[in-house]
Write a protein that binds this ligand. Structure first.
Ligand code: NAD
Length: 255
């Protein structure tokens, strides 16, 4: 089995949003010594975020803008990051969008937008990163699903989101099965409600209290709760965990 290289890079998509899970993840991973590749929609913000990370944590970091729903743009971004940074050992697919549209109002454009980013986007980044990981004989991939996949919505986003996030779980299991022979693990994290801006400013204090009533833990989640779980699943010691969905949701979904 190929050992983890000392100098290793984690690529994180959706890593720019100030209060988001991706941003918390790059901070958390850089603090552990990972070099960081930043992917998000805005190229300039990716580069600025990477600069901040390099200056704050003394690791190497680079950014490249890409729309994850566009395969060519994702491939170009990962090509660029791979040329600039040490070996890509990990990929965290965090980029995603919400979709609160009621089912009977969902048109083809909304369906395609949400599936394009939340499901195809995970596939495109995975497909490209896995090529490098398979060649190198080691890799860790973590995909962000949602409790919405397991409970059929029930928080902010509705059917297209739930379907895309359920697709992420199937994609995770199937790629875990196919990529295992290359010493690549693939896992999903299924967050419950997390205090970020993805719910379009609807996450008031009152709404947080309401959401907390369904949990067994007495608070809604923080981006750091998810970042820490990603860090564990991409660690060298997590190499015997693959194809799993880890619920980081305050106990919202138990099965
Ligand atoms: P966020 O809106 O803060 O972050 C999402 C990031 O993805 C942003 O930086 C955004 O620019 C980027 N992004 C959006 N579309 C993109 C595209 N086409 N290409 C590249 N980047 C794109 O939201 P967040 O809450 O941090 O969400 C992160 C992930 O966690 C998402 O996949 C989301 O579905 C998932 N999630 C969030 C919650 C929650 O309660 N916040 C719960 C379950 C799952």
């Amino acid at each position: 089995m190929t050992a983890f290289p000392l100098e290793r890079t984690a690529i994180v998509t959706g890593a720019v949003s100030e209060r988001g899970i991706g941003r918390a993840t790059i901070n958390y991973l850089a603090a552990q010594g990972w070099n960081i590749g930043v992917i998000d929609l805005d190229d300039a913000r990716c580069r600025a975020t990477a600069k901040d990370i390099a200056a704050s944590y003394g690791v190497q970091a680079a950014g490249a803008g890409a729309d994850v729903s566009d395969e060519a743009s994702v491939r170009a971004a990962i090509d660029e990051l791979e040329a600039a940074l040490p070996q890509i050992v990990a990929l965290a697919n965090v980029a995603g969008v919400s979709s609160p549209v009621p089912y009977l109002e969902v048109d083809a454009a909304e369906w395609d937008r949400v599936l394009g980013i939340n499901l195809n986007g995970v596939h495109y980044a995975t497909r490209r990163a896995a090529e490098s990981m398979a060649r190198d004989g080691v890799g860790r991939i973590v995909n962000i699903s949602s409790v919405s996949a397991q409970r059929g919505g029930g928080t902010f986003s509705k059917t297209p989101y739930s379907a895309a996030k359920a697709g992420v779980i199937g994609l995770t299991r199937a790629t875990a099965r196919e990529l295992g022979e290359f010493n690549i693990t693939v896992n999903a994290i299924s967050p419950g409600p997390i205090d970020t801006d993805i719910m379009g400013g609807t996450l008031s204090e009152e709404r947080k209290e309401e959401l907390t009533r369904d949990l067994v833990v007495n608070r809604i989640g923080s981006p750091r709760d998810i970042a820490a779980a990603i860090a564990f699943l991409i660690s060298e010691d997590a190499g015997y965990i693959s194809g799993q969905t880890l619920n980081v949701d305050g106990g919202l979904y138990m099965h």
